[in-house]
Design a protein around this ligand. Structure first.
Ligand code: MEV
Length: 329
């Protein structure tokens, strides 16, 4: 069972305010396996982090677990033995690639299997949204939706249409979004994902942006409106295969994210290096403040990787928009 990771191409932060965003799912995320618990309570285990958390704990992970488990029928919880869920993160944690939502979805899917429930993905997404509220405070819904479904998501108006409704009913998302990874792009989209290795807290970054918006609503809403517009234009570029323009839009989104004060010195270094090595477009992805930076550099991915790796950063190339499962980190 897996929760997928994601890359936000356009519109992070602004989607929290209802402006559009565009995201692609990674084929990797967080894998869960479920078995009978050897203890008297439910347990989460993450061997790679040397972590074991019981449902009664009070760390952040235990609190999310408690939030999730409240959605499960009490008679089942009372009558079936507790389980141990073993989690295997395949993507960097806290790096803007949707690890928290992927983790929640993996836990939910494991519990659904343990209790032999016939929950649909929309129901799983709903519970994952509640878990994301713990991690993010006021999530737009994009991370949990990507973690549940993978694929491609153009989030049109998160306030009026929650992510899932849009995927099913609004934009031509029959084509863009679904339970699988295939998308009808003229050609697959290859991205270099570079990690600043600086973990950051989405909740705090989202709250910082809110403080700015509350101080100067007019100024920041005009920035956010422009960023949302880029998501729409970016989608058109992808569909038409307009590479140079797509790169320019990504660069503009990064400028706007800088104005929202969610960039960081390491992010800026990565952007500069990747552009100097021939990337058409670069920007942070996710909440910012650290985490990952993406570079769109068709045909020059290796040069970008070499350049940033010489500076001590880690990177990988991923192909999204097609069923490719071999090039993830
Ligand atoms: C985090 O991956 C994306 C944010 O826009 C928060 C959200 O949409 O919930 C920063």
């Amino acid at each position: 069972m897996r929760g997928y990771g994601k890359i936000i191409l356009f519109g992070e932060h602004v989607c929290v305010y209802g402006y559009p965003a565009l995201a692609v799912g990674l084929s990797k995320g967080v894998i869960a396996q479920v078995a009978k618990s050897e203890e008297k309570s439910h347990v989460l285990v993450i061997p790679s982090q040397n972590l074991k958390v019981s449902l009664q704990g009070n760390c952040a992970l235990a609190q999310v677990f408690q939030k999730i488990i409240r959605f499960f029928p009490t008679n089942l919880l009372a009558n079936k033995p507790p389980c141990q869920i073993t989690l295997d993160p395949e993507i960097p944690i806290g790096a803007g690639l949707g690890s928290s939502a992927a983790l929640s979805v993996a836990i939910i899917r494991a519990l659904v299997q343990w209790y032999k429930l016939d929950w649909t993905s929309p129901k799983i997404n709903e519970v994952a949204f509640a878990a994301e509220s713990f991690f993010h405070g006021t999530p737009s819904g994009i991370d949990n939706t990507m973690a549940t479904f993978g694929g491609f998501c153009y989030l049109r108006d998160a306030k009026r249409f929650p992510a899932l409704t849009q995927c099913e009913n609004n934009y031509p998302l029959g084509k863009l979004m679904g339970s699988s990874l295939q998308v009808q792009l003229p050609e697959p989209l290859r991205l270099v994902v570079m990690n600043t290795k600086k973990e950051r807290e989405t909740k705090r970054l989202v709250a910082n942006v809110r403080t700015l918006v509350e101080k100067s609503p007019e100024h920041y809403h005009s920035i956010m409106q422009e960023a949302g517009g880029l998501a729409k234009e970016g989608l058109t570029c992808l569909e038409r295969g307009e590479k140079e323009k797509l790169g320019a839009l990504l660069n503009r989104n990064q400028e706007l994210l800088r104005e929202l004060k969610v960039s960081s010195p390491q992010i800026e270094v990565l952007c500069k290096k990747a552009l100097s090595a021939g990337a058409l477009g670069v920007k942070l992805t996710g909440a910012g403040g650290g985490g990952c930076v993406i570079a769109y550099a068709p045909g020059r991915e290796q040069e970008i990787q070499k350049t940033v790796e010489n500076e001590g950063f880690e990177s990988f190339v991923t192909t999204v928009g097609v069923k490719t499962r071999s090039e993830e980190p």
